[in-house]
Design a protein around this ligand. Structure first.
Ligand code: DQA
Length: 145
């Protein structure tokens, strides 16, 4: 049976391709999602859902909704990464490996981006590879689920 994954994009990630292109690149959100879909296919994974929300509560609801029907999660929680204890608790409460990803290398940016409150409850972290951060995380997950 195919392993099932959920991809979550947090706040402002839907603006990728239009916002701060010097940092996040010109590739659009839609085109990244389309690459995520075809890569899932190539890896033999079932992509249950690609979910984006600008709201903390909606992200937590989504994690809870899928707590028992997916095998792995790839998440770019955007700015929530740096301060949302509520999202951290939601990830900790689902016993599914979650990979934290970022398009940019957060460690080469402002100091407030160096801290992740979710990393300690994630199985791994990938950042700095643009859209490939998502694809690398999916590949990594496929080996550990
Ligand atoms: C980001 C990095 C975060 O610090 C920032 O708030 C984002 C995007 C990234 O993908 O590089 O919104 O998660």
């Amino acid at each position: 049976m195919k392993k099932r994954i959920l991809v979550i994009h947090g706040p402002n990630i839907n603006m990728t391709g239009q916002r701060e292109v010097g940092v996040y690149g010109k590739e659009t959100f839609e085109s990244i999602n389309s690459d995520i879909r075809s890569w899932a296919n190539q890896l033999g994974l079932e992509l249950v859902e690609i979910f984006q929300s600008n709201s903390e509560g909606a992200i937590i609801d989504k994690l809870q909704e899928h707590r028992s029907d997916v095998d792995g999660i790839v998440a770019n929680m955007g700015a929530y990464t740096h301060y949302s204890i509520a999202i951290r608790d939601a990830i900790a409460s689902v016993t599914i490996p979650c990979i934290e990803i970022h398009l940019s290398n957060v460690h080469s940016r402002e100091e407030f981006r160096h801290k992740s409150v979710i990393a300690p409850v994630c199985a791994g972290v990938i950042c700095g590879f643009g859209k490939y951060s998502y694809l690398l995380a999916m590949e990594g997950l496929s080996h550990i689920m």
